[in-house]
Design a protein around this ligand. Structure first.
Ligand code: 4AD
Length: 455
């Protein structure tokens, strides 16, 4: 009852408060500031109230004492309510710890939006151990959690880092279309759509478009959503993922391999150097060390020998033989055992796409590469491309693809062909590796996979 009578009022004689983001709190020690955000955590103890406020740039512990702590308004606060808090930033006394090494000693605050209490409270909807499918239904709320939001911060830094690397390497960004009428990686995973009465698809890969840009812009890349109707539920397949793809002209297969490992290792280095993302990677993946170049190169044939020697069977439970696909489980077992990144190269023609160039010294295999990382397996797939028109047309025929709809792709060989190659990196797979997540679903904002297209 006493609390009912205490109201929260601002002392107008205090110095004006500067509005700041939480990320800059340690630069404002002993100053009066205003911060705005969401109540991340809340507790009361011995007449004090502690609020951990979150604004997306960080967390700050706010301490309310005296009448402020005992006011009815304070006693009715709930987790995820929004506040404007005014107070002075103080260095923490020895032996205490809080984000940024400081705390905000509150002199006044306003409630912007009070979140529900009781059965509708945030903590009732989302808590540790909640069923994963409920968490996915409540993704919009789950994203507010420390782990998911940290992965999304690392994701932002990763995309910024790779754009920086491409700029340094003089690779130009383009934005190819998502609505297309050609396939790249096989008809079985195409999402079909009605396009003004015509059949169209959601793109599986922007590769073909990137190839057509080479004569116009030189080396190019894009960061674009790709769509795959993957029927299987696995840790590393999404129906929509963010595909980082690059295409480079006038280079050899060795140049391509060197470029791929340089892009990956530089990008990771920049992420680790980033003042926001670096510490988050350490927190999410304590033992993580940036991979050293050159990565181990291993031929497909050597991989089969390794798998057979180590008693890892193929999908039929038998010894691997030439032409077998190395499926996810076997691939991961191999790279986990070896323990560092592998460039797996020279896959057989029959298990790879129609556009891949054959090796001159052995036409049974292609100038192709998968980059394998411990814990996730394949994060990148790439190859040199067929540069000869007739060879490409033969490839279409072999795969049962109607060459007519690919005239614009074939033209790239006719109007000034050149040796070229490229690759695609799965953003969510790199993140799963970097942030030590069990599945790529944790690395996508609103993951789409078989049976889930909401919220
Ligand atoms: O190996 P993929 O299918 O290669 C291509 O699409 C080429 N056309 C790319 C190119 O050369 N421009 O896919 C490339 C990468 C894979 O290594 C994987 O990281 C990711 O894309 N990926 C997926 N990620 C999440 N969910 C899926 N369903 C994925 N399919 C491929």
């Amino acid at each position: 009852l006493a609390a009912m009578k205490i109201t929260v009022t601002e002392d107008k004689s205090l110095p004006p408060a500067q509005k700041i983001k939480i990320s800059s709190i340690s630069k404002h020690v002993d100053q009066r500031v205003k911060v705005q955000g969401w109540i991340h955590r809340l507790r009361s103890q011995k007449g004090l109230a502690f609020v951990v406020l979150r604004d997306g740039t960080g967390y700050v512990q706010c301490v309310l004492s005296g009448d402020l702590a005992n006011a009815y308004q304070t006693l009715s606060l709930t987790v995820e309510s929004t506040l404007s808090i005014y107070g002075t930033i103080k260095k923490l006394p020895e032996g205490k710890s809080a984000p940024g090494g400081v705390e905000l000693v509150v002199d006044y605050y306003e409630v912007v939006g009070l979140a529900p209490s009781g059965k509708d409270s945030f903590t009732n909807k989302i808590q540790e151990g909640t069923d994963p499918s409920i968490l996915l239904d409540q993704r919009h709320l789950a994203l507010r959690g420390e782990t998911l939001s940290a992965v999304m911060k690392v994701r932002a830094a990763l995309l910024a880092a790779i754009r920086r690397v491409y700029q340094e390497e003089a690779v130009t960004e383009v934005t190819p279309p998502c609505m297309v009428q050609t396939q790249v990686e096989g008809g079985s995973t195409l999402f079909k759509m009605d396009y003004y009465g015509q059949e169209a698809f959601l793109t599986q890969s922007s590769q073909l478009y990137l190839e057509t840009c080479l004569p116009a812009l030189g080396d190019v890349y894009c960061i674009q959503e790709s769509f795959r109707a993957e029927k299987s539920h696995t840790r590393r397949h999404l129906s929509e993922y963010t595909h980082i793809e690059a295409e480079l002209a006038f280079l050899t297969f060795d140049d391509l391999l060197a470029h791929i490992e340089k892009v990956i290792s530089k990008t990771v280095t920049y992420v680790l150097e980033d003042p926001v993302a670096g510490p988050l990677v350490k927190q999410l993946h304590p033992g993580f060390v940036a991979p050293q170049v050159p990565f181990k190169r291993m031929e497909y044939i050597e991989a089969l020998e390794w798998l057979n020697e180590n008693g890892i069977p193929n999908e039929d439970g038998e010894k691997f033989k030439f032409g077998d696909d190395i499926a996810e489980a076997a691939e991961r077992k191999m790279v986990d055992t070896i323990g560092f990144p592998i460039l797996l190269i020279r896959f057989p023609v029959e298990i790879k796409s129609f556009y891949m160039k054959k090796c001159v010294d052995d036409p049974r295999v292609t100038e192709s590469v998968d980059v394998l990382m411990p814990t996730v397996g394949e994060i990148t797939g790439g190859s040199m491309r067929i540069e000869d028109t007739q060879e490409l047309l033969d490839g279409f025929k072999r795969e049962g693809i109607d060459a007519a709809s690919y005239y614009w792709f074939t033209d790239q060989r006719i109007y000034g062909t050149c040796p070229h190659g490229g690759y695609g990196l799965g953003t969510e797979r790199i993140l799963a590796w970097l942030c030590n997540r069990f599945t790529v679903r944790e690395c996508s904002l609103y993951p789409r996979f078989t049976g889930r297209c909401k919220p």
